[in-house]
Write a protein that binds this ligand. Structure first.
Ligand code: SAH
Length: 225
């Protein structure tokens, strides 16, 4: 099993420069090749999504702590998951685990609409403010238990879960459009998961692939932990 964990680089330069290094060294060199994903990663200022005093760490290739004991994911893993969703510009995407809003921002630069669900009210509130400030208007953030999906806007062309689940939540499979892709970390432990991609091939058939080893905070809810 290949692990997609962190790498470190010393940081001293401007955000634009560091973002270019991130694209080149952490993403392109490690196999991210979808031009739309690279463009989105170049466009979104990750420093706006990390906590006070953490801005200079924003372009290290690692996760960082955000409020309420949660994390903003490592840039490489955000790019990897986004690429694995095989997005097109007209897609409607559901994200579970808004957190800082960074992954939602990346998705919103590629697709038509992003619906993002966060269980913690405080995080959802700050993410909404941040996304509005950056002018990203095709993202709706909802407070709720994302293990149940968000029925109202289903079916989705793609669903991405950015927290580790004990198994693939059934409501998410049901809310996937035929031809749709679900990318989700799944693991029997709280600590390490396998990133799984499930493709809905027909009304009742799904195809499941294992992509790589990952580490996420737990997905907590009715169909989670
Ligand atoms: N995508 C985020 C990273 C999120 S970390 C970013 O780019 O910053 C995982 C997030 O999932 C946390 O904010 C956590 O509160 C949230 N979460 C955990 N269980 C959840 C659930 N059942 N529904 C919605 N959000 C959940």
């Amino acid at each position: 099993m290949r692990y997609c964990f962190r790498m470190r680089l010393p940081l001293t330069k401007s955000s634009d420069y560091l973002r270019e290094i991130m694209i080149r060294e952490h993403l392109a060199r490690r196999g991210i090749h979808d031009p739309e994903v690279l463009r989105a990663m170049r466009e979104v200022p990750r420093e706006a999504f990390v906590g006070e005093g953490m801005q200079e760490l924003a372009y290290e290739d690692g996760p960082l702590p955000i409020e309420e004991g949660q994390t903003i994911s490592q840039p490489y893993i955000v790019a990897y998951m986004t690429e694995a969703l095989e997005l097109s510009s007209s897609d409607r995407v559901l994200e579970i685990g808004t957190g800082s809003g960074y992954a939602a921002a990346i998705l919103s630069r590629i697709v038509g609409a992003v619906y993002s669900v966060e269980r913690l009210e405080g995080l959802a509130h700050s993410a909404r403010q941040r996304l509005a400030m950056l002018g990203y208007s095709n993202i709706v953030v909802h407070v709720g238990d994302g293990t149940l999906g968000w029925l109202e806007h289903s079916p989705y062309d793609a669903i991405v879960v950015t927290a580790g689940a004990p198994q693939v939540p059934k409501p998410l499979l049901e809310q996937l459009a035929i031809g749709g892709r679900l990318v989700i970390p799944v693991g029997a432990s709280y600590e390490v998961q396998i990133l799984v991609r499930v493709r809905r091939v027909s009304e009742h058939d799904y195809h499941r692939e294992e992509l790589c080893g990952v580490r996420f905070v737990p997905l907590i809810g009715a169909a989670g932990w």
